[in-house]
Design a protein around this ligand. Structure first.
Ligand code: NAD
Length: 501
């Protein structure tokens, strides 16, 4: 129940005012609230609590106090809480989806299909994770006597232990799925958590507090503080009571966090920005070209390109270049842009006016530098809302900012190349290395090319995902891996046990 309105926020028609969720209860913020704006209507969806260092401190204290009990809770019991949470998310979808849609501006189709269900899936997946084996048996070793200890056959095992208190700091775009991807494995492993979601869309994340309590999570195991600025997040990163920071966000903020976290030797998991390249090889036949065009077009059609893994650069062999540019241009023009709650809409707004202006400035820069704006590029005649038309830019050079930097919007840059060496050079030519794609009629050739790509993930003829793969970035796209058992292990420390046998 919400302290300010005393109603369940998700079912109240009026914008609701939330508190921080600390130690199993709503906590009235000392610095008041700030409004959360619906990116399509520009109306207030609700009021989120401003966060201070003191409030971050209170949340860390609660998580520390809860750690001993939760880390010693039998794995089956942790699994039952996570399973129940998955059920609750599905049961409450009718209340949560409208809130999530309103604060993110994602289309209803994306919100209902790809925002909330993956969050439930993650709780379900890591319910199984809680009961995965935590011990790696090692072969006994004959060891000679020494000044240290008598010799003999020495046995050993490596056991996964929780890291401790984990600070989960997340980006806008898929707030609940993103947070669930951290929270579920962290809790499964026996850690306690303080979360700090993005300023733009934190309300549904706040709703996770009472839901987890209802699922049976003890007070203090999950806490959440929010804020319009960086204060609460910075305080968590610097806090000596936090053992690990799991961060999803931009590379520039990730670098600041790594620097600050390093001072207290915190473990970090960094899921950062990307500038994905989709390489279309010269052997692509009509079927492969069609799937390449559909895949690259997901940069427009999937949450307006506010996706770290989007194939925002399409590198096409010169012999197919104009064909692909024409195909993409036709695809973009057929996409319906507008009200995200209308079922026929494919492309909704960007998260904020600031993000729209930023994307527009990259397009303007490309235009000034002589690139060809094939389609889009002008602000649509849609008010209110922070809309950007699906935009295709051709004839840019790999050096232009639009071809090197992450825009996080519905903009694709098409670049021609003459041979595979040049394609690899362009693909690897940014500081990022999160997700690349290869489209070819010869999967073996694509596999071999993947070995040359400095990228944590490579899709061959698809942008589809596999939930058990390790997900993360090379280079400045991050450190560590989410996903499947790899994501579970990210929230553990290995402890070695040794004994005479
Ligand atoms: P952002 O880096 O601006 O903010 C992310 C989070 O960090 C927010 O909660 C923010 O309040 C917080 N923050 C900002 N400064 C901080 C500081 N000094 N100390 C602690 N916390 C701080 O990112 P954004 O604009 O919300 O999201 C877009 C970015 O996220 C893009 O770069 C995108 O690629 C990236 N992203 C990556 C993945 C991935 O899995 N690799 C997934 C989604 C988004």
């Amino acid at each position: 129940m919400n302290p300010a309105t005393n109603v369940n926020p998700a079912v109240n028609a009026k914008p609701n005012t939330y508190g921080h969720w600390i130690n199993g209860a709503w906590h009235t913020p000392s610095q008041g609230h700030y409004p959360i704006i619906n990116p399509a209507t520009e109306e207030v969806v609700g009021h989120a609590p401003e966060g201070t260092a003191d409030e971050a401190d209170a949340a860390v204290d609660a998580a520390r106090a809860a750690y001993e009990g939760w880390s010693r809770t039998p794995p089956q019991q942790r699994a039952a809480v996570l399973d129940r949470m998955a059920e609750l998310l599905a049961e409450r979808a009718g209340e949560l989806v409208p809130l999530l849609q309103a604060e993110t501006g994602a289309t209803l189709r994306v919100t209902a299909g790809m925002q909330l269900p993956p969050a439930a899936d993650r709780f379900r997946r890591y319910a199984r994770g809680a009961v995965e084996p935590d011990t790696v048996a090692l072969a006994p070793q004959p060891v000679k006597s020494s000044a240290l200890a008598p010799g003999g056959l020495i046995g050993a095992a490596a056991v996964r232990r929780p890291v401790g208190v984990v600070g989960c700091i997340t980006s806008f775009n898929f707030p609940v799925a993103n947070l669930a991807g951290k929270l579920a494995p962290a809790l499964a492993m026996g850690n306690t958590v303080v979360a700090k979601p993005a300023p733009q869309d934190p309300l549904t994340c706040l709703e996770l507090g009472p839901l987890l309590k209802e699922a049976g999570l003890p007070d203090g195991v999950f806490n959440i503080v929010t804020g319009s600025g960086a204060e609460a997040g910075e305080a968590l990163v610097a806090h000596p009571g936090i053992d690990m920071i799991s961060f999803t966000g931009s590379t520039s903020v990730g670098k600041k966090i790594a620097e600050s976290a390093g001072r207290t030797m915190k473990r970090t998991l960094m899921e950062l920005g990307g500038k994905g390249a989709a390489i279309v090889l010269d052997d692509a036949d009509a079927r492969v070209l069609k799937s390449a065009i559909g895949a690259v077009a997901s940069t427009w059609s999937f949450h307006s390109g506010q996706i770290c893994t989007a194939p925002t650069r399409v590198l096409v062999h010169r012999s197919l270049y104009e064909q692909v540019v024409t195909g993409l241009s036709q695809y973009a023009q057929a996409l319906t842009l507008g009200d995200p709650v209308d079922n026929s809409t494919v492309v909704g707004p960007l998260i904020s006016a600031a993000q729209r202006d930023r994307v527009e400035s990259y397009i303007a820069g490309a235009r000034e530098q002589g690139a060809r704006i094939v389609t889009g590029g002008r602000r649509p005649d849609l008010k209110p809302g922070f809309y950007v038309r699906p935009t295709l830019i051709a004839d840019a050079t790999p050096e232009m900012a639009v071809a090197r930097e992450e825009l996080f919007g519905p903009v694709v840059v098409a670049l021609p190349y003459d041979d595979e060496d040049e394609a690899v050079r362009i693909a690897n030519g940014t500081p990022y290395g999160l997700y690349d794609y290869v489209f070819s009629a010869d999967a073996g050739r694509a596999w071999a090319l993947a070995a040359r790509l400095r990228s944590g993930n490579v899709g061959i003829n698809t942008v589809q995902r596999h939930p058990e793969t390790p997900f993360g970035g090379f280079k400045e796209s991050g450190i560590g891996r989410d996903g499947g058992s790899f994501g579970l292990h990210a929230y553990s420390e290995l402890q070695s046990l040794v004994w005479p046998s």
